[in-house]
Design a protein around this ligand. Sequence first.
Ligand code: GCB
Length: 596
Amino acid sequence: MLYPVENGIREVKELSGIWQFKADYENTGREQAWYREKLTDTIAMPVPASYNDITTQAALRDHIGDVWYERMFHIPVSWKDRRIVIRVGSATHHAVLWINGEEVTSHKGGFLPFEADITDRVKIGAENRVTLAVNNILDWSCLPSGEIKTFEDAPEGRYPKGHRVQDTFFDFFNYAGLHRPVKLYATPLDYIEDITVTTDVEGTMGVAAYSLQVQGQAASIRVRLMDAAGNEVAAAAGADNRLTVNEPNLWEPGRGYLYTLEAELLDADGAVTDSYQLPVGIRTVEVKDNQFLINGKPFYFKGFGKHEDADIRGRGLDEALNVKDFNLMKWAGANSFRTSHYPYSEELLRLADREGFVVIDEVPAVGMCFWSETNTVFREDRVNADTLKHHLDTMGEMIRRDKNHPCVVMWSIANEAATNEEAAVPYFTAVAEETRRLDPTRPITIVQTMWPSADRVGGLVDIICLNKYFGWYSDHGQISVIERHMDLELQGWHEKYGKPIIITEYGADTIAGHHQLPAVSFSEEFQYEFLEQYHRSFDKHPFVIGEQVWAFADFATKQGLTRVVGNKKGIFTRQRQPKAAAYKLRERWTGEHAKW
Ligand code: GCB
């Protein structure tokens, strides 16, 4: 699925800004066909943004069900005889979209884009209306999964009538709304639908093999590769071919060199009828001899698990925040991050391509574990065939969206699942096989919390990723036990599977400004010393090929006894100011004695 771009032929119209908004507290809007006429009694709502923190109302923040978004837009007369598409960057978690009162499309899954051809639905040279019902309910067929808790069995009068709660099995706040831009774009009627590029290095030659999907007619197809200065360095013809560059500038971690692949459809007279420009980074990725090789060189992942999360806008795209985050990560010496626990915006991945950040791209399969031998998850009434179907669909959507990003070096097909359960084996075998079928070029991982003796799926992946909280969720406060526990854990995994390991989470909640020496949990001193113990262990094991601290910044969570106004494991505060441990990481990752 191509990201909408503008050029001499294609046009994009952003529908970001203030929309009309109405929460459907009684959940009657669909029945009453609110999409038919303009919404009434609306409030102003910014797009992109989560709606939860925009007003002062807890009822809206905690609302379960539909909310409605609407706005008017014009289609210029110059778009006559064009193919007109509406594209929603993400709607969390389900959406139905109407144009001028007619249903056009719907989508399940809150972190990936969807689009619809609305050529025949819009009035050209006139005003049109788009309406979206966005629903935040999570059940076991969703990614992430959830469950609605009702209180019908409770003694009469204990709860308000109809009281219900959205249970989730992850800690981040279940932000909802239109989190990413909504765009209209126009292409010719005969157009480039998709491009897939895979890159390789053969001797001194950089190769970009491309495959174009075209709808309609084209007398011929021309594809060119331009360097960063805009000079043509390679050209080819046809829908499937290879572009080669001698001694290419490779896309490297920390140096995101990008070529531009320009694909053009030509008519019989040689006139260009459609064109698309795709940033391309030439690089290779391989897992070999217990190492992760980028361009044949061993790569050590230094960085963070993150969230798309900020004050006020929640999970809404904020490019200022994204650039700031990248600057902070560079300052700390980080070279990578994981899109925990869902695919991040395309805008962010485009920035990572450009800035040379290495990304582990994660599907929203989080919370499939109750840490119990008996309270299982992979079973008929929980993670079942419906969940698997949606999981496979989501993998497909994510790979189709992100396949061309050089920054994406690995797919994470789940975070912390109950991989000790027997039924998890066929489940993850199916997901792993489908992922490899869709993209044979990138390694895959499952981010694990399980202890090595209990895990059953490590054989399916290329890299073992581990989330470990010794000294926090176990032996809380006992910094002195961390190194031994971590050593044993790492040895256990490596002996069992003989695969390289990245520690994708380790961290301690830390209240910025809370100091105590000797260290106690929640103080800045504790986080500082805590991380040090983990590093002592990592440094002993050559098969450890990366460390990503949990988390980059403090983030909003659901309310709970272990979360005091959010998850405070950030190395930076939610406002992106450093805690003491940030200096520890900076010293380790960039200092004089840094091993990288
Ligand atoms: C985890 C989860 C992450 C949580 C973290 C924590 O294992 O993967 O989503 O935020 O632990 O802080 O508890």
